[in-house]
Every structure is written in structure tokens, then in C-alpha cells.
Write a new protein. Sequence first.
Length: 89
Amino acid sequence: MSAVIASLLGVVILAGVVYDTARLITPREPRCPTLARLRGRRAALEAGERWCTGLLLHGRIEPADYQARMSRLAHGERYPGDTRGASAS
């Protein structure tokens, strides 16, 4: 019984190695992984915070828009997007 389990485990590991190797050599695999893949969701949210702060400091968005964007980031939206239409409704 243990030989069967060991064989199945070996096949699963070998299949994983073959899959990863094939995935890495295909032309569709991006060479630079996204920020979220490299350092996780928290890093993407922090990058969004820095982006919004830069927009505010350079006068590209109003303080109310900045507050709305930061609120969305605080609730886990990585891409807060345009908030110009949100304050009108």
C-alpha cells in the first residue's frame, strides 16, 4: 500500500515539475510578474496609496477625491479609479 501512495505522490510531483517548466518556457508567460504577484496584495494597496498621494500633492485631484480614493483603498480596492462622478450623486 505504501508503494502505491509513494508512486502516486511521485507522479503528482513530476506532473507539477513538467507543468511549471512548460509554463515558464512558453512565450505567453510574462517576464516581469505584476506587483501583486511579487509582493502580495498589501504592496499593491501601498502603491495605490502612494499614487493617490502624488496626485494630491501635484494638484491633479481635489482633497474630496483624495479622501474618497483613500477610503476605497482602505476597504481593499486596489484600483480606486476615477471618483469625479461619485461625488455628484
